[in-house]
Design a protein. Structure first.
Length: 308
């Protein structure tokens, strides 16, 4: 391959002559987090690559390295890809596109078809994500893609709306990059017809969020207005349906004061109510009762040796 001229490809030449991320990440040298090493060999272009990612405990990529065997042109793109990976979460890596690489290189005079019409890098990123999340590659590929330009899935957009409490299409675009490419994603009438549009996803997701809030408030209100006897009956009903047999526990007593309802339980085979396993089961049971009935429920473990 002929060397790019500095006149129109200075950044491209810089990555070729002085790659920033070429090398190896050794797991033994990493004190925190973990190292992922994903491999991909493409027979049609005879290129092979290994992508190393240093991921912290929160799933954020702290460093990225690569080893490349094949066309030098692709080695340049691999160097750019590693730079784009750093700072993102593992799930966000799937949003990196060929357009991002093109923008990073800033080489409009280079023939786009030759440099960027390839799924090589997206494939190796999928393998790295699959290795970290333990999801099958087929499961990753089967996710509904809303923004084809950015490989941004329906799940990613819905999660962003819920977690960040997004209220406008513009906020979705800023958070996920969906809709910032060809402009077809925000609403109908764009360049391409879409199965999903951001305004529809936003409206439906916000409606689900409001419905969930109403259900939670309704549940709390119902619980607050119950008599003590009704609360006992409801707690026993939920306990028997969702907890009892599975957790090998039973209700010892139920008490109430002005602030909360105390559910005293006994766990089979546990004489001590303060052992780690008992406390873990207590937290699980308390979570179920609070989510199903009311937040003002406290669960306490009574040793099996106690009698009423």
């Amino acid at each position: 391959m002929s060397k790019p001229t500095c006149e129109c490809c200075c950044k491209y030449a810089q990555h070729m002559e002085h790659p920033e991320h070429e090398g190896v990440l050794c797991p033994d040298c990493i004190k925190t987090g973990k190292v992922i090493a994903a491999d991909y060999y493409c027979k049609c272009c005879n290129n092979a690559m290994r992508l190393y990612l240093h991921v912290d405990t929160d799933g954020k990529v702290l460093d990225a390295k690569y080893q490349f065997f094949g066309c030098k042109k692709f080695a340049v793109l691999a160097d750019v890809l590693c730079g784009l990976c750093i700072g993102k979460t593992v799930e966000q890596l799937l949003t990196i596109t060929n357009l991002d690489i093109e923008k990073e290189l800033q080489e409009p005079k280079l023939p786009k078809d030759k440099l960027f019409s390839t799924s090589f890098f997206y494939t190796i990123v999928k393998r790295a994500v699959s290795q970290y999340t333990t999801k099958k590659i087929t499961d990753i590929e089967s996710e509904e893609i809303v923004c084809g330009c950015g490989n941004i899935s329906l799940t990613t957009i819905k999660n962003a709306i819920k977690e960040k409490d997004l209220k406008t299409v513009e906020e979705i675009t800023k958070e996920t990059k969906a809709g910032s490419f060809c402009g077809s994603c925000p609403k109908a009438g764009g360049k391409y017809c879409k199965k999903y549009y951001l305004e529809d996803i936003l409206r439906e997701t916000r409606a689900q969020m409001e419905c969930q809030k109403c259900c939670e408030k309704s549940c709390e209100k119902t619980c607050d207005h119950m008599t003590f006897f009704q609360k006992i009956m409801k707690i026993n009903e939920v306990f028997n349906e969702k907890i009892g047999k599975e957790e090998k526990a039973h209700i010892y007593d139920i008490k109430e004061n002005s602030e909360a309802v105390a559910v005293l339980i006994q766990i089979e085979g546990k004489c001590c109510g303060c052992c780690e396993e008992s406390l873990k089961k207590r937290d699980e049971i308390q979570k179920v009762l609070r989510e199903t009935l009311c937040k003002h429920i406290d669960v306490m473990v009574v040793p099996c040796c106690c009698q009423k």
